[in-house]
Design a protein around this ligand. Sequence first.
Ligand code: KIV
Length: 261
Amino acid sequence: MKILKRRNSIKNIFSKSKIVCLTAYTAPIAKVADEYADIILVGDSVGPVLYGYKTTRDVDLDTMIRHAKSVVKNTKTALIVVDMPFGTYEKSKFDALKNAKKIISSSGAMAVKLEGGEKIFETIKFLTKNKIKVMGHLGMLPQSMRGKPRVYGRNLKEKEQLFKDLSLLKKAGVFSVVIECTLKKLVDDLIEKTDLPLIGIGASSKCVGQILVTEDILGMTEFNSKFSKQYFKFYKSAKIAIKKFAEDVRSKKYPKKNQCY
Ligand code: KIV
């Protein structure tokens, strides 16, 4: 009898002691990530990573849906979360609901992620009330960032805001929160004060989960930050393979007889 694999449920995932999250935008990466990750995020980092955009603010809804479709189609077990891109949830809660529904119904993804706390509290509450599963995102927020990325939470105003944002996100009904590029001590204090599962990126080892951009860990991007870790040197290996192919074509070693019809 063939046993059908089921998607990880939110309940199952967050009963684990450590949660692995990775990004994916394409079929090949999604297939590999699905074997090891509990959650796959179709992040709006797709803009800078795949399209070479300067910021994530240039990514539109159709792009997110196209990549989300591919990731859902090519995964079996991971919970798929899709970023709501800049401009699709700030105008009104009704607009946000329409766009969240569009992402989920056209891609088959299970949840959406929105950046922000207090400012979008009413919107997130409206989405969860309407049965949309929402992941929050606090700390350094790429969609609101002006200039270079910087560590969040160095002053009292930011610290107090973060506590407020997190408690509001809990009230709004998110199932988890990504916390990005934030002082470790502050994140550890937040963890003490909340039962919301925090997924860290440049945050703290005490977060229940960690997320990184898969293309960064594979060495496919030039992204270089303190928190990132490269597990593979994509360019080095790709260069060797492509150079070999070019040599084979030029020296007529490829294709061989048995590679032709
Ligand atoms: O867009 C993205 O990939 C993200 C993660 C880095 C958390 O939001």
